[in-house]
Ligand binder design. Structure first.
Ligand code: NDP
Ligand code: X2W
Length: 346
C-alpha cells in the first residue's frame, strides 16, 4: 500500500482527492492538512467523509509529513505550494502538485503571470502531467505539475488538430465555461450565491487570464513553434464542469466525418478521452464526477471553421482525478486504478 498525504485537504480538490483515494485499492491516506482546521477531523469539515475518513487535520510541516508518507499531493494555492514542495522532494517523496507553481517551463513567464518563482531550478525537473501527451515521461518523474482545468479541456481538444498541422495556429479562439468550484472553497464576494446564481458572465477578458501561458506553452510544443490564442473564461452557475468551445481555421478542406475519424484515431486506446460520434457534442452533465474528457468535433457549414467542444469535470479530470492518474503512472500502477468510475447522472 502506498502511504499518501493530501496537503490542503480542506479545499475542493483536497476533498475530491480523498473521495477518489478512499476507493483506490493501493493507497492509504495517512495524513491530511489544513491550517485553519488543524486539530479537527477532516470529516467535521466535510461530513461526506463521516465514518470513512476521520483522520485529524494537521498543520503543514513538510519534514514531519515526509517521514510518514511515500507520495504527497499538494492541493494548495499557488505560492503556498512552492514554499513546501522542495522539502518534500529533498526528503525523497514523489509529489503531484495541483497548483500552477511548476506548470510553466520558464521562470520569467511565471514571474510575468504570477510572481517571482521561489525555486526556478525545479521547473526543468517538473513534468507537465497530461498523460495523453507524455505518459512515458510522467512514469519517470518525481514532481508532477498537474495541469489546470481550462488547460486540460483546451489542450486535449486541440491536440489532434495541431499534431496533424490541420489548422492555422494563429486562428485559435477558446470560449470556455466553468462551474464555481473552479474558484476554490475560500470565501470571496464574487462567488456568493447572489453574485453567481441566475447569471452567466465572462471574466479575465482580453488576454489576461493566467491559464493563457500554460495553454500556449503546451499548444506551441504540439505545433512545433510558438503560437498565441484568444481565450475567454466564463463563470456558470453550476457546481462542477468545464465546457470549452474552440474555433480554428483549417489549412485545407476537411469534413466533419474526417475530423471525427482523426480524433478517434488520435485517442484510440486512451482510457479517459471519449470522442463522440459525428453530430454529437458533449455536456458537462455527461462527465460530472468522472475522469472523462468528452470531445465532439465538426465543421461550421457557413464559415468552414473547425469547432471542437470539450467537456470535463474541473475537479476530476481537471484536477484530482488527473492527479491520481499521474500518481498511478509515477508509482508503476495501472493508469486507471481507482479511476474507472462512471459519471454521476442526473
Ligand atoms: N478547484 C478547481 O477546480 C481546480 C483547482 N486547481 C488548483 O488546485 C489548488 C487547490 O485548489 P482548490 O482545492 O480549489 O482550493 P481551495 O481554496 O478550495 O483549497 C485550498 C487548500 O489549501 C489550504 N491552504 C490555503 N492556503 C494555505 C497556506 N498558505 N498554507 C497551507 N495550506 C493552505 C486550505 O486550507 P487552510 O486555509 O485551512 O489552510 C485548503 O485546504 C489550487 O492551486 C488551484 O488553483 C487546479 C485545477 C482545478
Ligand atoms: C471558476 C474559476 O475561478 N476558475 C479558476 C481556475 C481554476 C484552476 O484550475 O486554476 P489553477 O489550477 O491554475 O489555479 C480561475 O479562473 O482562476
Amino acid at each position: 500500500m502506498l502511504k499518501v498525504a493530501v496537503v490542503g485537504a480542506s479545499g475542493y480538490t483536497g476533498v475530491e482527492l480523498l473521495r477518489i483515494l478512499y476507493a483506490h485499492p493501493e493507497v492509504a491516506v495517512t495524513c491530511v492538512t489544513s491550517e485553519q482546521n488543524a486539530g479537527k477531523p477532516v470529516s467535521a469539515v466535510f461530513p461526506t467523509l463521516r465514518g470513512r475518513i476521520d483522520l485529524v487535520l494537521e498543520n503543514l510541516e513538510p519534514a514531519g509529513i515526509s517521514e510518514k508518507v511515500d507520495v504527497v499531493f499538494t492541493a494548495l494555492p499557488h505560492k503556498a505550494a512552492m514554499e513546501v514542495v522542495p522539502t518534500f522532494l529533498k526528503m525523497g517523496k514523489d509529489v503531484v502538485d495541483l497548483s500552477a507553481d511548476y506548470r510553466l517551463r520558464d521562470a520569467e513567464t511565471y514571474g510575468l503571470w504570477y510572481e517571482k518563482h521561489m525555486n526556478p531550478e525545479l521547473l526543468a525537473q517538473a513534468v507537465y502531467g497530461l498523460p495523453e501527451l507524455r505518459r512515458d515521461v510522467i512514469r519517470e518523474a518525481s514532481l508532477i505539475a498537474n495541469p489546470g482545468c481550462y488547460p486540460t479541456s483546451t489542450i486535449l481538444g486541440l491536440a489532434p488538430l495541431l499534431k496533424n498541422k490541420l489548422i492555422d495556429p494563429k486562428s485559435i479562439i477558446v470560449d470556455a465555461k466553468s462551474g464555481v468550484s473552479g474558484a476554490g472553497r475560500g470565501a470571496k464576494v464574487d462567488n456568493l450565491y447572489c453574485e453567481v446564481n441566475e447569471g452567466f458572465k465572462a471574466y479575465g477578458v482580453g488576454g489576461v487570464h493566467r491559464h493563457i501561458p500554460e495553454i500556449e506553452q503546451e499548444l506551441s510544443l504540439l505545433n512545433g513553434s510558438p503560437l498565441a490564442i484568444s481565450f475567454t473564461p466564463h463563470l456558470v452557475p453550476m457546481d462542477r464542469g468545464i465546457l470549452a468551445t474552440i474555433y480554428s481555421t483549417p489549412l485545407k478542406g476537411v469534413t466533419a466525418a474526417e475530423l471525427v475519424e482523426l480524433y478517434q484515431a488520435c485517442y484510440d486506446g486512451e482510457p479517459f478521452v471519449r470522442v463522440l460520434p459525428e453530430g454529437s457534442f458533449p455536456s458537462t452533465a455527461q462527465v460530472r464526477g468522472s475522469n472523462f474528457c468528452d470531445i465532439g468535433v465538426t465543421v461550421d457549414k457557413r464559415t468552414g471553421r473547425i469547432i471542437v467542444v470539450s467537456a470535463i469535470d474541473n475537479v476530476v479530470k481537471g484536477a484530482s482525478g488527473q492527479a491520481v492518474q499521474n500518481m498511478n503512472l509515477m508509482c508503476g500502477l495501472p493508469e486507471t486504478l481507482g479511476l474507472d468510475f462512471l459519471p454521476i447522472f442526473p
